[in-house]
Design a binder for this molecule. Structure first.
Ligand code: GDD
Ligand code: MN
Length: 387
């Protein structure tokens, strides 16, 4: 088996038969040995029944009828779990996704880990969508730009190698299964292939305002884990914003409650904010999972140095802008803050939280213990020592 094609359906009785005819024709014409898995959520129009009736006509057609569960993304996931080949492809049932593109998406997996039928690369586009739907799509894609470099992460037409998602915990809500895969999956290369999305001719879209709300909360949960520099920067700025509040709260407590002089109080509140920012950036912005008191202490020292250095950058930039360029000091400070924040982010990304050089895959404790037992020794933890 070369390829498993997953087609989620909900009330697609009118579209399914012509759709399957085209898909199997394309597979035959291109000598692709494939299975097609229709995942239907117990459609009221009995799409599942129609699909089951077509099983005798198409060798390789399988039908999953889910009862008591609804949702495009989870339906796709159910299909992926049931798939039996090493390569998967996902497409809609309503003929918006041209089956002629299947071979291209499939062949792209020779070099790429994921291939995406993309509306947002040269030659791609949308036909027949009202302006409102285009606007929603644009908004969703803009948010997604924080999360991935792929131009059309909203596409419902894509293919991937099994190992991209094997063992990866996916948590799909709403519609955007590809985005979920792009943020959480394990892959190196993505290829985008242009295509023109044709609006469906029959039946209705299941897109609704509920789907949009779900998307926003989905995007937020992905923003917490996304690996792009843009996502790191967004998280870094959130931590920094909270750090300002920490700074002000400590300053206020020392001056107002403890009657300190405001200058030493400001020095201590700087230290408090830096410490808060360090913890927040390590855990949240850069998601550094390295362990060990020594490593954390050295990171803290670096973070402190970068913060102090950024303060110097801030003051130096302010001085130059006001004294030499004669800018209004408020405007000067705005520019200086931006410059200092950029230095702070770059310094911490490239130095403080630079990932430790990748070591060879460290054997699991269990594997190491097993090996130790076989060898008849008891220094089983050797293998986990950093190299
Ligand atoms: N099993 C199952 N359960 N299938 C569903 C469900 C569900 O709850 N909701 C929708 N589907 C199926 C539809 O029957 C169709 O085959 C496919 O999923 C896409 O649903 P549509 O309702 O036609 O979505 P759309 O055309 O508005 O959106 C498409 O284009 C978007 C691009 O902006 C989808 O491909 C989206 O994934 C894509 O983001
Ligand atoms: Mn559609």
């Amino acid at each position: 088996m070369d390829l498993s094609i997953i087609i989620p359906t909900y009330n697609e009785a009118e579209n399914l038969a012509p759709m399957l005819a085209q898909v199997f024709q394309v597979l035959r014409d291109n000598d692709i040995r494939g299975e097609v898995i229709v995942v239907d959520d117990d459609s009221p129009d009995r799409t599942w029944e129609l699909a089951q009736a077509l099983v005798v006509r198409y060798k390789g057609l399988r039908v999953i009828r889910r009862q008591g569960e609804r949702g495009l993304a989870t339906a796709v996931l159910a299909g992926l779990k049931a798939a039996s080949s090493e390569k998967f492809l996902v497409m809609d049932a309503d003929l918006s996704h041209p089956p002629e593109l299947i071979p291209k998406l499939y062949q792209a997996l020779d070099k790429a880990d994921i291939s995406v039928a993309s509306r947002n690369v040269k030659g791609g586009g949308v036909r027949g969508w009202p302006l409102s739907r285009k606007a929603i799509s644009w908004g969703a894609t803009t948010i997604a730009k924080l999360l991935t470099d792929v131009k059309d992460p909203m596409s419902g037409f894509f293919a991937l190698r099994k190992d991209v998602v094997d063992g990866v915990e996916l948590d799909p809500t709403g519609y955007k299964i590809l985005l979920e895969v792009l943020v959480r999956g394990r892959y190196e290369r993505v290829e985008e292939i242009p295509f023109v999305f044709e609006d469906r001719k029959t039946g209705t879209s299941k897109m609704s305002s509920g789907i949009i709300t779900k998307y926003v909360s989905h995007a937020w949960s992905l923003l917490k884990v996304a690996r792009t520099t843009r996502a790191q920067l967004a998280r870094f700025l959130m931590v920094g914003g909270l750090g300002i509040l920490v700074n002000l709260a400590v300053l206020w407590a020392l001056v107002d409650l403890a009657s300190w002089n405001y200058l030493p109080a400001a020095a201590l509140s700087f230290v408090a904010a830096v410490t808060f920012n360090f913890a927040g950036n390590r855990a949240f912005a850069f998601r550094d999972e390295s362990r060990g008191a020594g490593r954390v202490a050295s990171q803290y020292a670096k973070f402190f140095a970068v913060s102090a250095g950024s303060l110097v950058v801030n003051l130096a930039a302010l001085f130059v802008l006001v004294d030499a360029a004669h800018l209004w000091y408020i405007l000067g400070q705005v520019i200086a803050i931006v410059a200092a924040t950029a230095c702070n982010f770059a310094g911490n990304k490239l130095w403080t939280f630079r990932p430790a050089p990748t070591v060879q895959k460290v054997p699991s404790v269990r594997a190491t213990a097993l090996r130790a037992m076989i060898m008849g020794h008891f220094h089983g933890y050797e293998g986990n020592r950093a190299r």
